[in-house]
Each structure stands twice: as C-alpha cells, then as structure tokens.
Design a protein around this ligand. Structure first.
Ligand SMILES: [Zn+2]
Length: 199
C-alpha cells in the first residue's frame, strides 16, 4: 500500500485498500490518483458540504450482519437533490453503498457493461439485455459528480455528467452509470434501516 506525502500540501497520505485508484487529501482537498508507489495530483476540489449521513470516512459496523468499513464516497447532484455512493470494505471484499434521500442500497457486484446499446435511446420501462441478463429500466436521468472524499476504487472527476439508470434484474437491484469513457453496472439490493448497524 503506498504511503507518502500529498504532492500538493505535504500532508501524510496513505491508501488502505489495494483496489483504490484515487485518494482525496483530507487536508487540502486535492484529488490524488494512485500511480505506482506514489500519487499524482489531478486537481483541487472543494470539500463536500455536510449533509446528514449514516457514515463518515472510517465508519465501521455491519450490513446484513457482515462487517464493513466506509473507505470513501462520491457525491452526485441531480434535479431531485443529491445522492452519495460509498466505497466499502465489506465482508472480506468490497462493495458500494448508496444513500439517496433516506433510501439505502448495497451493491456487492460490479460489471463492466461496455456492450450496452446506445444509451441515449434507452427509455424508462424498456427491457435491455446486458451481459446475458435481462434488465428492466425503471428510471433514467443525468447527474453531475459534485465531489469526493476518502479513497475510491471507482472514480469520476467532479463536474462530469453521468447518465444513471436504475432497474431490476432477476429480483436484484441494478444501477448503471455511464460516462463518455465507461459504463459500469452495479448489482445489489435495497436495504432496510435495521440491516445497517454503525458502531
Ligand atoms: Zn494535500
């Protein structure tokens, strides 16, 4: 795990999860891309505004009875408000947890969905075939990455517009995010408040 100094402000910075690609310096807000044994500064962004949240970076507890640590988050703004996506160490692996106006979902599987048909033509209510899975699209919209904190295995530069789609496949919750560069499909489930215990 690389441990070194922030190239922007000199503060000690350390990556804790081997899958992390980006670390946000907690001192100066510079976004640092993991590069070999060190970090490349990619830009300084304002700290995230504080909204009520279940987690902060470093929070631990259990989800569905299995241990997690909150490593970092990305925030997205959309017309209805904002949502947060937390990168978790979860049950010996990694997972994503979304917090959207009091609705919580856990996504433990991520697939590259590069073979997705032309995303601009997709409409809510449509069925898609992605990686052999039939996905019913429930909602589609555009969000903008507002910022990030902590460390992240999946990263999009703040200001980037993201097309997001929520759907269902085989009883599982599907979340698809597409930028001009990549399309990721997250597979998971809705959680109830009682499924989440923060220490
Ligand atoms: Zn710094």
């Amino acid at each position: 795990m690389p441990a070194s100094q922030c190239p922007s402000c000199g503060a000690p910075v350390e990556i804790k999860n081997r899958f992390s690609k980006v670390l946000v310096c907690a001192y100066c807000g510079t976004h640092l891309r993991v590069s070999g044994d060190g970090f490349d500064a990619t830009g300084k962004h304002p700290k995230l505004a504080e909204f009520p949240s279940l987690f902060q970076v470093g929070s631990r507890g259990t989800i569905l009875g299995k241990p997690f640590t909150a490593m970092g988050r990305m925030r997205y703004n959309y017309t209805g408000g904002h949502f947060d996506e937390w990168f978790l160490e979860y049950d010996g692996g990694t997972a994503w947890f979304t917090e959207d106006e009091g609705t919580y979902s856990l996504y433990a599987e991520v697939e590259d969905a590069a073979e997705l048909p032309d995303i601009s033509a997709i409409r809510a209510g449509q069925n898609l075939l992605i990686g052999g899975k039939k996905v019913m699209v429930k909602e589609k919209g555009v969000a903008e990455v507002a910022g990030a904190e902590g460390e992240l295995s999946f990263y999009i530069v703040p200001g980037t517009k993201v097309v997001y789609m929520d759907g269902i496949s085989e009883g599982k919750k599907i979340s698809i995010e597409a930028t001009e560069d990549e399309i990721e499909m997250f597979i998971g489930r809705l959680l109830l408040s009682r499924d989440i215990v923060v220490q």
